[in-house]
Design a protein around this ligand. Structure first.
Ligand code: SAH
Length: 516
C-alpha cells in the first residue's frame, strides 16, 4: 500500500495545444503509465501518443460539476495508486499554474503516495512564441505577472490588489480573463492605468485555430466581443502587446499564413502534418478514421507463426505495416523468418513505414494504388503464396484480382472507426469562416468519408473561392468528381510530397496575385 504499493502519480504538463510542445519526459511517461486522466483541453494528437491498452479518462467526464469534481478525480488517483498502478494526470499548459494543482497534490502527500511533477509550456509562453511577441524586453518590460482573471466579483478575500497590479512595472498576462474582460478593464483604468495601454488577446494559442487581436485597454471588452474571442484565451497588457505580429516568423515561410486541412486516417504517422507546419502552414487534421487493433488477433497470429511458408507479403498502408510488425515483435517471432520473402508496398509512405522496422520493400509500383499494385505484382506472383496485410474496411479489388493467379491469404491487421463529432464541428466552423485554404485528400476512401461529413461546407467554401481541394492521385480525384466536386488540383507526384509541392506553387501564385 501507499509508498510501498508501487503506485505512482505523474503530474504532466501537456503544453498549450501544439502537441510538439509536450516535453520528452512527459511523452516517455505517457508510454509507460497504466492510466491517464487528462484535461479536455489536451490536444487529441497527444492523446493519440498514448498506447491503446492504456486506460484514458477525461477529467471533465467524471461525475459532478467543477470544482466538486476534483474530489472524484482525487479519489480515482488515490484508488489506482494504492492498487499499485501508475497514473498520469495530464494537465493543460504547466500542471501547477492555475490548474488547482495543490488540491490534487496535497491528498497524495496525506496518503503517502509517491509522485513526480513534469513541467509544461504555459499558455503565455506558447502565445508569446507563436505570436513573435516577447513578454520581457530591455526597452520596456523587466518583469512579467501571471494573473488569474477568474476571481469572483466582490470576493472579499481576493488576492488581487488592483492598485498594485495597475502599477506593475512590466507585462501583465491574464489567464481565464476573456469572460471577465470588463472587470479587468475597469479595475485597471480606475486604478490609474492609462486607457491607451496596448493589449493583445490570443485565443487557442499554438493551435491551428489560434486567433489574435490587438487593442487598447479602454477598448478591451469591445475587442473581445467584436473579434468573437472565446476561452481558452489570455490577455496580455503592456508595451509587449505592440509586438504582436512584428516578429511574424511564420509569415516569411513558403506556406506562412496558409491554412490546410488534411484528411488522414487517425494516428497515421508519416509526418505529413509536420512537414506542412515546418513550411509555416496552419494545419487542421480531419482524422477520417481512428485506427484500431483487431479485437481478436488469432487469424493474424496464425499467419505470422507460419510466415516463412509465404513467398510475398503485400502492404497497402503505413498503418498496416506498423500493426503487422508490432504484432510480429509482440509474438517474439524471429525476424529472419521473413528473410526469403519478397515485400510489396503500395507507395513510398508504406515503404518508409517498413524502413522503420529495418526492412526494405522489394516492390513499390510507380502508380501508388491498388491498380498499380495489381499490375506490378501480376507477372511476379503466379502460383505463389501471398499474404495481404490490410485494414478490415479496405477495397476488395486487390485480393479479388490477385486470387485469380496466386494463392492469397488476407489478414486484417487493423480496423477503422468513425471520426469524432467535436472535431467535425470544429472543422465545419473553420471552413464556414473561410479559414481553410486547402483540403488535402489522401485516398479515395478518405474522400468518401470527408465528403460524407463535410460535403456541404466544402461545396460552399469552394463556391466562394476560399477553399481548394487537392487529391493525392487521379483515382482520388475521380472519387471526388463522382461525389460532385469538379475543381480538383492533382499533383505531378502522387504522394504527400507531391501535394505539398502543389500547395506551395498555388499558394505562391495566390500571394503574388494579392501583391499585384
Ligand atoms: N495550467 C495552464 C492554465 C490553466 S487555467 C497553463 O499553464 O497554461 C486555463 C486558462 O489557461 C484558460 O482559461 C486560458 O486563459 C489559458 N489557456 C490555456 N490554454 C490556452 C491556449 N491554448 N491559448 C490561450 N490561453 C490558454
Amino acid at each position: 500500500m501507499n509508498e510501498d504499493s508501487g503506485g505512482f502519480v505523474y503530474f504532466i504538463g501537456a503544453g498549450p495545444g501544439d502537441p510538439g510542445l509536450l516535453t520528452i519526459r512527459g511523452q516517455q511517461l505517457l508510454l509507460e503509465v497504466d492510466i491517464v486522466i487528462f484535461d479536455r483541453l489536451v490536444s487529441p494528437q497527444i492523446l493519440q501518443m498514448i498506447p491503446e491498452s492504456t486506460q484514458k479518462i477525461c477529467a471533465e467526464s467524471l461525475p459532478g460539476c467543477h470544482p466538486e469534481r476534483i474530489s472524484v478525480l482525487v479519489d480515482l488517483m488515490l484508488k489506482n495508486a494504492k492498487n499499485g498502478f501508475k497514473v498520469a494526470r495530464l494537465k493543460g499548459g504547466d500542471p501547477l499554474l492555475f490548474g488547482r494543482g495543490s488540491e490534487e497534490i496535497e491528498p497524495l502527500i496525506e496518503n503517502r503516495i509517491l509522485f513526480e511533477i513534469v513541467p509544461g509550456v504555459t499558455a503565455a509562453f506558447g502565445a508569446s512564441a507563436h505570436c513573435g511577441m516577447p513578454l520581457t524586453h530591455r526597452g520596456f518590460s523587466s518583469a512579467v505577472a501571471f494573473i488569474t482573471g477568474h476571481e469572483k466579483e466582490g470576493k472579499t478575500d481576493s488576492f488581487l490588489n488592483w492598485s498594485e497590479i495597475a502599477r506593475f512595472p512590466g507585462t501583465l498576462v491574464f489567464y481565464m480573463g476573456v469572460k471577465r474582460a470588463h472587470v479587468i478593464q475597469s479595475n485597471l483604468i480606475s486604478q490609474g492605468m492609462k486607457a491607451d495601454t496596448p493589449v493583445a488577446i490570443i485565443s487557442d494559442a499554438t493551435l491551428p485555430t489560434q486567433k489574435n487581436a490587438v487593442s487598447v485597454l479602454d477598448d478591451l471588452t469591445n475587442t473581445v466581443a467584436k473579434e468573437n474571442l472565446h476561452p481558452p484565451a489570455i490577455i496580455i497588457i503592456g508595451e509587449a502587446a505592440k509586438y504582436l505580429g512584428r516578429w511574424d516568423w511564420r509569415g516569411k515561410l513558403p506556406l506562412g499564413g496558409a491554412s490546410i486541412l488534411i484528411s488522414r486516417p487517425k494516428g497515421q504517422a508519416d509526418g505529413f502534418a509536420d512537414k506542412l507546419k515546418n513550411l509555416g502552414a496552419n494545419v487542421f487534421q480531419f482524422d477520417s478514421m481512428a485506427i484500431k487493433s483487431p479485437d481478436d488477433w488469432s487469424s493474424v497470429d496464425r499467419e505470422i507463426n507460419q510466415i516463412s511458408s509465404f513467398d510475398w507479403i503485400v502492404f497497402t498502408s503505413a498503418n498496416g505495416v506498423e500493426k503487422f510488425f508490432n504484432r510480429f515483435v509482440h509474438l517474439g517471432v524471429d525476424i529472419r523468418r521473413i528473410s526469403a520473402l519478397k515485400i510489396a508496398c503500395v507507395g513510398p509512405a508504406t515503404a518508409s513505414a517498413l524502413k522503420q522496422f529495418h526492412v526494405q520493400a522489394d516492390l513499390v509500383p510507380s502508380r501508388h494504388d491498388a491498380e498499380g499494385l495489381i499490375n506490378a505484382l501480376y507477372p511476379l506472383v503466379e502460383n505463389k503464396k501471398v499474404l495481404l496485410a490490410r485494414a478490415k474496411e479496405g477495397r476488395p479489388l486487390l485480393a479479388q484480382e490477385l486470387a485469380k493467379i496466386c494463392n492469397i491469404n488476407e489478414i486484417q491487421v487493423y480496423s477503422q472507426s468513425e471520426p469524432e463529432q467535436h472535431q467535425i464541428n470544429q472543422i465545419k466552423t473553420q471552413i464556414s469562416h473561410k479559414a481553410v485554404d486547402y483540403v488535402a485528400v489522401t485516398s479515395s476512401n478518405n474522400a468518401k468519408i470527408l465528403i460524407e461529413y463535410l460535403g456541404d461546407e466544402l461545396k460552399a467554401g469552394i463556391a466562394s473561392g476560399s477553399t481548394k481541394l487537392i487529391a493525392i492521385s487521379p483515382l482520388t480525384a475521380d472519387e471526388l468528381k463522382k461525389l460532385g466536386f469538379n475543381e480538383i488540383i492533382c499533383p505531378v507526384e502522387f504522394t504527400t510530397n507531391g501535394i505539398t509541392a502543389e500547395i506551395i506553387r498555388d499558394y505562391g501564385e495566390k500571394k503574388q496575385t494579392k501583391v499585384n
